[in-house]
Design a binder for this molecule. Sequence first.
Ligand code: F0G
Length: 465
Amino acid sequence: MPFSTTSEKASEPSLPQATFRFRCIGCASVTAAAPQDFRCCECGNLLEITDSTWNSRNPVALKTLWRERRTLNESLDLSGVWRFRDLLPAPQSERQVVTLREGNTPLYDLPQSSRTTGVQSLFAKHQGMNPTGSFKDAGMTVAATFARQAGYGWVACASTGNTSASMAAYAARGGMRSLVLVPEGKISWSKLSQALDYGALTCQLRTDFDGCLRLLQELVKRAPVYQLNSINPFRLEGQKTLAFELLEQLDWEPPDHIIVPGGNLGNSSAIGKALLETLELGLIPRLPKLSVIQAEGANALVRTLREADGKHLVSVQAETRATAIRIGNPASWEKAVKVLQATGGACEQVSELEIAQAKAEIGAEGIGCEPASAVTLAGLKKLVRQGFVKREETVILVLTGNLLKDPDFTMEFHRGDLFKGTALEHESASLNPLRHPPVILDATLDAVIKALEQAEKSGPTPSSA
Ligand code: F0G
């Protein structure tokens, strides 16, 4: 079932007429409709969404309008995604919009990490504060809206956990059924349990994420299911709003660096697209550098750039405890390469120990995140050492998932079990000062007071700014 973009009539005045098109990132051919697999019929490359009307907006008027909408109680304005609808593909009707009031995520300063890295102006944009606990919601509201508008009964995704949780929630809200394909034993229980609660048909496949995605690509050609992986360009449109919202929070003074984790590479592609569009429109005077950080064991983009100069994908057999980014064959690698080149960003990899340390440090700021998000802080440390990030520059770390997404990792870390029986066991002792294991005590006043005294002796009070 081809997906048409032509709108019959806009029934609410708050939404503009749909004028967007699909453009191939390879051969640049433009079409009004996209095939089921969201690949170009001419050359097979990925599609992106363009809209010639975006460029004609007045940047000053847009900034005022977006700020005004924050004071309104209309459903679209309460969403931190649809508030920016002027630079998003327009659905035919507001009634089609599936929203959980996503976006509107906080920008936190990181005083402790600022001290340890020496970067004075360091912030975290916490996408883990979205309704299902990850950045996926920003893209899902847009893609689920267009799935509903196209009349699909089923939506489907392959996932390392967060996409499936988000998709299942938005499908449930939008009255659609959802099919989840996840690698068996390789996603966290919290994410899996979300999909179950939101009513998805959840299939744990005996393969990895890349195997799940391959299967889904075949499935969408055979069955009337709508694919909600980040290959779906509507997802990336929604994820653009992270950048719009961030820039607005910085009063449109662009930071020097934005650092994101890289898995399937949809998010970096989306943020990069947003930055280029805001520059072209005159919303910002210059581009931040967008850098992508991967786990050493899932470093396809790092190797693609180092070994193939970004010209072809170097796939890897992915292995990392940061299961969200345990991906060896990232679908959007070409989009990400273009974004890195356009913004002058870096691509780095970090070790399992560095990830665990950074995650504990972000937790100690009272913020917390899931392991995949912590690669950003670990990567920043490397980029500072390399001189790529200067200490006087402004840096934004994009935290993609909530601390509660992977409690097993956190518990194992604090109990000292995370690296037990692995080659890293000995080395991981260096992380002991960051561990805060629970203590089991008799239920007596004496025992608790002794524990307090012990804690007082063993470490300083956490310091704030
Ligand atoms: N951080 C988290 C918490 C994620 O869940 C993901 C991807 C990423 C980073 C990487 O983002 O793929 O856009 O480069 N998770 C996907 C999923 C693949 O299925 O939930 P990316």
